[in-house]
Design a protein around this ligand. Structure first.
Ligand code: HPA
Length: 276
């Protein structure tokens, strides 16, 4: 387990590397999920920094994930966009998965918009729906805050009562309705993956209050809350979860739906960046 001193030293190196290079210091972070990378094209005064160039950054391995930080402005807001994220199922530790969030924190980011692809558990949801995350179930069997508390970054026992900022959600629901997106909210269950869930697991999650399921987001959201950031989370329902429909699941279906909805999703996040 990494010591607080070593972790802070690595974080400081990554921050200093970026600070020496970027012209626009970000206030808002945007984390793009599977197949939703087109948002990065909206960034103006853009500076792209590949993960592989940033000291101590892990590198991304999954198809459909570019692996770079994009700095600049969207709707006049100073942003950093994570194009490609690190998943626990890829074998990264929770510290690695959440390292970029810590980098954002020490760069001065105070809020993040997190997006993902998810399986729909709630039968009222349909593939292609964009759902605001109102709460989560951490079913990953690990926690990014386990170990010595990084006391300079946040408290030992952070409160998650408002992990997905209530006021931001309220405003996002109005923005969704304005864009003709049916404003819906749900509870996101995070599984470690990489297999899609079994039908029995989905029945279990459904009876536990989950509306959608995925393999990301929750570690980042825990760390962002620990670091005192405000969070808005959006899931793109790319498929119905295992056993909800009488059909099998595939990564292709997930990518196809994400691709089909990308334009609307990008528009939504753009409107959110402007308004939040
Ligand atoms: N399960 C887990 N993760 C996912 C799914 C799913 O059904 N769809 C997209 N990501």
């Amino acid at each position: 387990m990494i010591s607080e001193k070593d972790y802070i030293a690595k974080l400081t190196e990554a921050r200093d590397y970026l600070k020496e290079r970027i012209r626009i210091l970000p206030e808002l972070g945007v984390i793009l999920g599977s197949g939703l990378g087109a948002f990065a094209e909206l960034v103006q005064d853009k500076q792209v920094i590949p993960y592989k160039d940033i000291p101590h950054f892990p590198t991304s391995t999954v198809e459909g994930h570019a692996g770079q930080l994009v700095f600049g402005k969207v709707e006049g807001r100073k942003v950093v966009v994570m194009q490609g994220r690190f998943h626990f199922y890829e074998g990264y530790t929770m510290h690695e998965v959440t390292f970029p969030i810590r980098v954002m924190q020490v760069l001065g980011v105070t809020g993040i918009i997190v997006t993902n692809a998810a399986g729909g558990i709630n039968p009222d949801f349909h593939p292609g729906d964009l759902i605001l995350i109102k709460d989560h179930l951490n079913m990953m069997g690990d926690n990014p805050l386990r170990g010595a508390n990084l006391s300079s970054l946040g408290p030992r026992f952070p409160d998650l009562s408002d992990a997905y900022h209530r006021d931001w959600r309220k405003r996002a629901l109005v923005i969704a309705a304005d864009l003709g997106i049916s404003p819906q909210e749900g509870v996101y269950a995070a599984m470690s993956g990489p297999n899609y869930e079994s039908p029995a697991e989905i029945r279990f999650l459904r009876s536990s209050g989950a509306d959608m399921v995925g393999m990301s987001t929750v570690p980042e959201v825990i760390v962002a809350n620990h670091g005192g950031m405000q969070v808005l989370g959006i899931s793109c329902v790319t498929n119905m979860a295992a056993g909800i429909l009488d059909q099998s699941l595939s990564h292709q279906e997930v990518m196809d739906t994400a691709g089909r909805i990308e334009k609307q999703f990008v528009q939504f996040v753009q409107a959110l960046v402007k308004a939040l």
